[in-house]
Design a protein around this ligand. Sequence first.
Ligand SMILES: NC(=O)c1ccc[n+]([C@@H]2O[C@H](COP(=O)([O-])OP(=O)(O)OC[C@H]3O[C@@H](n4cnc5c(N)ncnc54)[C@H](O)[C@@H]3O)[C@@H](O)[C@H]2O)c1
Length: 431
Amino acid sequence: MKLCMIGTGYVGLVSGVCFADLGNDVICVDKNIDKINNLSNGKIPIYEPGLSELVIKNFKNKKLKFSTNLKKSVKESDIIFICVGTPTKKDGSSADLSQIFNVSKEISSSINKFKIIVTKSTVPVTTGDQIEKIFLKKNNRKNFAIISNPEFLREGEAIRDFIYPDRIVVGSNDKRSSRILKNLYSPLISKGASYLHTSRRAAELIKYASNSFLATKITFINEMANLCEKIGVNIEDISIGMGLDKRIGSRFLRAGPAYGGSCFPKDTKAITSTADKFKTNLSVVKSVIKSNENRSTLLLNRVYEILNKKIKNKTITFLGVTFKANTDDMRDSSSLKMIPALSKKGAKIKYFDPTGYKKEFSKIKNVFNSLSIKDSLQGSDLVIIHTEWNDFKSINFKSLYKGKKFIIYDMRNIYSPKKIKEQGFRYYSIG
Ligand SMILES: NC(=O)c1ccc[n+]([C@@H]2O[C@H](COP(=O)([O-])OP(=O)(O)OC[C@H]3O[C@@H](n4cnc5c(N)ncnc54)[C@H](O)[C@@H]3O)[C@@H](O)[C@H]2O)c1
């Protein structure tokens, strides 16, 4: 099939290249000229394991193209996937849908034959209805169908998640388009993915309900960790003990820093705002948001305690600054709150992240990017393991310190407290 992905970010690029690899002809469109030029020259704008090889392979065999020309790309395609961003509005209240509506207007004026318009971006329930109204201003109802097909891939495991998804959700009120979409996904369905057909509104809501539930699970275990710290119980035992119950499951049940990333923070806010609009109080999700927002302050207070409230002139190392491993995505990472707060109190911050330098810290005083784990640890008073990259899972700290020993605060509970303490380090973990 001829597909067009509008928005070549994490979702548009990954799903575009995977569709191309399944034999479709795909054009990935973006308004960012540099991004499109770089992609056409084999330079991948994001860090995602396996992505680069797949893009280069499919670009070379001409199944994947890149373009900044939205109108032409739409005209040449049968199915148009909207994959632009839906960030939180500047006032923090709800989802900013301006990118969605802008591209909808552009697409709607480029319809030359029947097109299926699929919203892959995460959009609040009833957005599909609004997109349909935009299309109806310029087009006959017979010439298009608006479908919701939310994306569930996780950064860091995006390609695997796309090819082997737990489920594919298609929300459509149009039978013909549903059949075409099911056919498009048939190679994944035949490998075992569940296919769920729902109304368009239900599909939109499934995505928000799923993300809110996962955010709730993380927040729940983080709060349990707070209790564990007070009563001398190991949170890892609680996670394992709970996770073995099949009704609960062990995933998203590991205590750590506040959840971050491009999805959970914005999607939890967006769903409460939608519910408020429909006069329904999602009190559980509201509590989750509040608890998560407080978490970085709580962990910062723990850092202050560990350093006996003497932060000025201390050197603090961050191992990992992204919100999770295997991605370069800094959106809503808890390091964005913690590092500026520690810098403000007079600490010198050194950070090492496998995905390199982060422009987000360029204007923060006394924050330095280290080029290796070893370099980041030199002269450090406190080492914070912030992200669970494999690179940090078996560091021989003993061989890497010179002079004074640093304290270790393991925010991912990667190390065995006993073994690290035996090496003579003061070691703190979560829960
Ligand atoms: N990142 C994830 O892990 C993930 C997972 C599932 C769902 N989602 C959802 O998918 C959507 C996209 O997320 P993302 O992380 O890929 O975003 P992103 O910011 O990485 O990419 C969005 C892209 O859209 C482009 N764009 C914006 N307006 C455009 C226009 N008018 N014409 C052409 N291109 C335009 C931007 O330049 C950008 O490259 C969001 O709604 C998000 O919630 C994201």
